[in-house]
Each structure stands twice: as structure tokens, then as C-alpha cells.
Design a binder for this molecule. Sequence first.
Ligand SMILES: [Zn+2]
Length: 225
Amino acid sequence: MIAELSLFVSRRPTVICLKCGVSIPQGSMLLAEDEKKRGLCAHCAEIKGLQLLPPGDAAMTRRSKKYSSRTVVVQEWNNKRKRYERLGQFVEPQAIIQAKTECESDESDREAKNAKAAVKRRIEDREYRARFAVEIRNLFPSMPDGRETAIAEHACEKYSGRVGRTAAAKEFDEEMITRAVVAHIRHTETNYDNEFGKGKRKREIREEIRPEISLMLRRWKRERI
Ligand SMILES: [Zn+2]
């Protein structure tokens, strides 16, 4: 299979176009398999006649690609996020028109589908939190009432990207649960949050409260009598 070529906003100082030999300055478009490989300048990439479809509309992206005989994705490295981000894709103008017509004709269907999916996600999310809380309670039967819910809620907020999507039971391993409980103890049962701003380092503060946390973990782990 031939690797798909993308247009990159080149970060390299100067790259020589494989076809015409022109130098491609930093910040200009480079058509290549990946940014580190050699490639073609924007002129030789032959995107003339193609139209840039901005990113953000999944259906338009998918459909315009389907109707275009050629698609060139444009990517730029985001240094803050340490990943490439799509700036859109070049496709034939007729493909955009066709995709738009198709999207307009089934817009209400897609909206209904999205709404349904959102409801499903919310339900899964709630079930996940509830199951998580049960697992916490099972591992720490002696913790005060209601804490399992608070911990599950908080942990799920923190990893909200993961929740629902990966609502698999294997997610709830003992280590993960303990980590969530430790964080909860740290903030609710120790002086942790008040120790900042006194010239101590985070590691130092954590070290200080470690015995307190261990004790509390042991207590909460005990079978309820
Ligand atoms: Zn060239």
C-alpha cells in the first residue's frame, strides 16, 4: 500500500523539492509521507483546482473525501499538545458541493442520531460511576458513608475523557481504585492543601502526610463490624 501523502506546514529550516528543486522555507507547505521525509513543494503537489475544506465537520470530511478523486490532508504540528492537528483537507470543489447536498438532506437524521448517542453516553457515564463507587466500597468497606460516591465522581471528572468510552470492568483494578482513594484522603483527611505556599516542595509535603494516609487506608480497608 502506498502511504498517504499529507501537506505539512514545514518546521524544517529549508527542504529541497524532490521534483523542481526549489527550496521550501520553514512555514511553507511540504507534501510528504511524513514531515521528516523529503517531499514536494506546494506547486508540485498539484493542489491547484482543489478546494480546502476546513476541519470540524466529520460528515463533511468523510463525504467530501468519498466524492473526490483526490484528497490531500493538511497537518500542522502543535507544539503545546505534542501532536499533529488537521487544518483541513484539499478536495475537488464538486465533492464539497455533493457532500453538502447530502449533509443537508439528512441533517435532521444525523442530529437525531447524535442526540441519541449523547443520551447513551450519559447513561453509560452514570452506570460507570455507580459501578466504580461499588468497587471502591468493596475494597474499602469501612470508609465513611457516601465517600465512595464522592471519590467516584471526582475520579470520573478527572478522567472524563475516558469515562463511558472505556467502561470496562478491567478499568477498576485495585491499584486504580487505591490511587483515587489516596487522592481523596489527601485532600479531605490531611492538611495537604494547607501546606502549600510555605516554601515546601510538593514531594516533601506528600512525604510528610504519607503515614497518615497509610493509616487511613488500613482503617478503611478493615471489614466493617
Ligand atoms: Zn516543486
